[in-house]
Design a protein around this ligand. Structure first.
Ligand code: ATP
Ligand code: MG
Length: 326
């Protein structure tokens, strides 16, 4: 099997990208059941087989390089598969380098601050991948669909005018630009599930005893606002897909495909950063050798043959080095 490279991954995800400035209208502009147009089936298979492994490899390098960070934002309607996507994408990576934050209804402490405050506090540190399971985009989605939520926020009344959504889009774009300038790559994924598929998933949560715990009557009630959400998501995609932080609309009706596509977008971001393991200076290599000699209680043979010959001499880049005098 040929190795996945950046070009193949970039081509595969291209159809999901929302071109900055594009006017998006859901549901007609993106098909939730799409699984073929984006590259061939063999590309999807290659990404399925290699994607998670490559992600893990890049994450290790991201941590070692320790300057860039990655923020993955997941937005979706209920039952679109956010949790399963997170599980799949992160299945191979070192949990110490990943921080998942799930955002629910804001607390009263959250509401005592500006709306970005609670998200700022959960940003990943450099070298890490942070995943936001819902995010500040709820502030232009659920808050827009349900005006009473905005009414309950503690911002001054005169700032709750009709211009608030345009301002929030600008604030979000500016904030993401600032984070990008700080060395954060922002990967924005909208898992696009259809209304019919959502219904089927809710029904299976009712019919299958093992899935009952996932069922929420409130989620079913929220379906009444489906069209309002489609409109709000269309506005978000049209106004906040920027060159520095574009949106990707992931077809989410077919779960395995959605997971492959999400992994590919994150992989593409890491490939763009292309983090490297730090290379050692000659002084640092010499210090490693000295430490090894101390551990082994004597001089270390470099070219093999000696009692303390090292199997990893080539790996440490010391081939051909003279035996050190004591
Ligand atoms: P799951 O159901 O899989 O546990 P979830 O993300 O749907 O995951 P819930 O606890 O069911 O979690 O729902 C969280 C709720 O919090 C959602 O209805 C969401 O719209 C709401 N929410 C998130 N952020 C905000 C916000 N800033 N303002 C108001 N409501 C918000
Ligand atoms: Mg829920």
């Amino acid at each position: 099997m040929t190795q996945l490279n950046r070009r193949r991954v970039a081509r595969f995800i291209d159809d999901f990208r929302v071109e900055p400035g594009r006017r998006v209208r859901l549901p007609k502009d993106f098909n939730p059941a799409e699984i073929t147009r984006s590259g061939t089936k063999s590309e999807a298979k290659a990404i399925l087989e290699q994607g998670v492994e490559r992600l893990a490899e890049y994450q290790a390098r991201l941590a070692a390089q320790d300057d860039y960070g990655v923020l993955v934002i997941l937005q979706a309607m209920d039952a679109a598969g956010k949790d399963g996507t997170i599980r799949h994408v992160m299945s191979g990576v070192n949990p110490q380098g990943v921080e998942v934050s799930s955002f629910k209804v804001p607390s009263s402490e959250d509401l005592d601050h500006d709306y970005l405050w609670r998200y700022q506090r959960r940003l990943p540190q450099r070298g890490h991948i942070g995943i936001f399971n819902r995010s500040y985009y709820e502030e232009v989605l659920v808050v827009r669909v349900h005006p009473q939520i905005l009414a309950g926020q503690k911002i001054p009344r005169k700032l709750k005018d009709r211009g608030i959504w345009g301002r929030r889009f600008r604030e979000i774009n500016d904030w993401e630009h600032y984070l990008t300038d700080q060395g954060y790559r922002i990967v924005k994924l909208f898992l696009n599930v259809s209304k019919d598929e959502q219904k089927a998933r809710f029904l299976s949560r009712i019919d299958e005893p093992d899935r009952n715990w996932k069922f929420s009557a409130a989620d079913v009630r929220e379906r009444r606002f489906w069209d309002d959400y489609q409109k709000a998501f269309s506005e978000v995609l049209s106004n906040t897909s920027t060159p520095w932080a574009p949106w990707y609309v992931i077809p989410a009706d077919v779960k395995p495909f959605a997971r492959v596509a999400a992994a590919a977008v994150i992989l593409d971001a890491l490939m763009q950063i292309d983090p490297k393991f730090p290379t050692m200076s000659d002084d640092a290599k010499a210090a490693l050798l000295t430490a090894k000699e101390e551990l082994l209680g004597g001089p270390v043979a470099v070219d093999g043959g000696g009692a303390a010959a090292e199997p990893d001499a080539a790996a440490t880049g010391r081939k051909g080095r003279k035996r050190k005098k004591r």
